[in-house]
Design a protein around this ligand. Structure first.
Ligand SMILES: *Cc1c(COP(=O)(O)O)cnc(C)c1O
Length: 395
């Protein structure tokens, strides 16, 4: 790390870490839109390429703007190293390529991002890496899923869209007992609300596309962990295979990080108010939100997270027709699958994000026709309620 930040709080780290001013004495972080860097001599180039002296070589693996983002996010997650990637999926792929080999086995929560399931089931199996899917909340099920060749436990908490929590500390004890790595996709909480490394996780994954940007502008991702696993192994994949983040996107994410603390507090506040209000609506069957006392894991949420986050799901009485009626009656909310935006988004999981599951799988996962997911944004909460009540009143 180029700067001492150990004494700094999270919001300060998010604003100050990683920027070394150039000779121009700029205040804001510069973008370095250059594919390569120059050397003063052939000998200097040789030393740099050989890794004998530090220095920028080529933007697939060394770019100052990307490095600023990496150092800042590492400081926020409390990790030694961070590697930025072209997308959240590239981050997950880079972890698998860097840390697994043919014959290895993954135990993963069933309630993970759909595309991650496809990556594990369809693509990794082609290279001899198999996955067993288990229930997010059943710790005995996790243990039963472990085999002698298991190398990785993979989880995302809270889950999408039902906000089931996994106990990171318990999973980390399990991972240590069986000598495997615990990988946590921290997309929903961000380091502002949850720091998996401090709870014993080995690696943290981010889709920077979501809250880290927070304004729906760029696609990106990151992996955070220790200097060996991330700084050497995952970095090696980026350098060799190249799913790298562009300097421009890194700069957008840097600006996103500077307001992340404020935004996550505001998302949590808006979502809490909406969830409580939804619980009182006649047309609603159930509300899923870790900030409600009715959430079955409310105590774990308090212990593990600094706030409930911005994702609220609910089931309406009357199944898919009723759910679609609520969605189609909105005038402001965006009907889109994205989340983590200042703009509130509304999604029907059963026919979109989870539409590839069979009816049996949907039933097992608790994705019913009446389920609606709202990623609560930062608009005035009364406007969000007004937009939803129009449809709810029809039911
Ligand atoms: C969106 C998302 C991803 C994938 O990230 P991309 O940036 O879209 O590649 C991974 N995990 C979670 C939880 C996500 O929401």
């Amino acid at each position: 790390m180029s700067q001492k930040y150990d004494d700094w709080g999270l919001a300060t780290r998010a604003i100050r870490v990683g920027h070394e001013r150039t000779h121009e004495r700029e205040h804001g972080e510069p973008i370095f839109p250059t594919s390569s860097f120059t050397f003063n001599s052939a000998a200097e180039a040789a030393a740099c390429f050989a890794g004998e002296v530090p220095g920028n070589i080529y933007s697939r693996f060394t770019n100052p703007t990307v490095r600023t983002f990496e150092q800042r996010l590492a400081a926020m997650e409390g990790g030694e190293s961070c590697v930025a990637t072209a997308s959240g999926m590239a981050a997950i792929l880079a972890v698998c390529l860097g840390l697994l080999k043919s014959g290895d086995h993954i135990v993963s929560s069933r309630s993970i991002f759909g595309t991650t399931t496809v990556l594990f089931e369809k693509y990794l199996t082609r290279f001899g890496i198999s996955t067993t899917f288990v229930s997010q909340t059943d710790i005995e099920g996790w243990e039963k899923g472990i085999r002698p060749n298991t190398r990785m436990l993979f989880v995302e908490t809270p889950s999408n869209p039902l906000t089931d929590l996994a106990d990171i500390e318990m999973l980390s004890n399990l991972a240590k007992a069986y000598d495997c790595l615990l990988v946590v996709d921290n997309c929903f909480c961000t380091p502002v609300l949850q720091q998996p490394l401090a709870l014993g996780a080995d690696l943290v994954i981010h889709s920077a596309t979501k809250y880290l940007d927070g304004q729906g502008r760029c696609v990106g991702g990151a992996v955070v962990g220790d200097a060996k696993l991330v700084g050497e192994e995952v970095y090696g994949v980026l350098r060799t295979a190249g799913p790298s983040m562009s300097p421009f996107n890194a700069w957008v994410f840097l600006k996103g990080l500077e307001t992340l603390d404020l935004r996550m507090q505001a998302h949590s506040r808006n979502a809490t108010e909406l969830a409580k209000w939804l619980e009182d609506q006649q047309a609603i069957d159930q509300v899923y939100f870790p900030g409600l006392e009715s959430h079955p894991q409310y105590k774990l949420a308090i212990k593990q997270q600094k706030g409930p986050g911005g994702i609220v799901s609910f089931t309406v009485k009357g199944g898919q027709d009723a759910a679609w009626k609520v969605m189609d009656s909105t005038k402001m909310l965006s009907i889109t699958a994205n989340l983590g935006d200042t703009k509130t988004t509304i999604t029907h999981p059963a026919t979109t994000t989870h539409g590839r599951l069979s009816p049996e799988q949907q039933c097992e996962a608790g994705i019913s026709g009446g389920l609606v997911r709202v990623a609560v944004g930062l608009e005035d909460i009364e406007d969000i309620k007004s937009d939803l009540v129009r449809g709810l009143a029809l039911l």
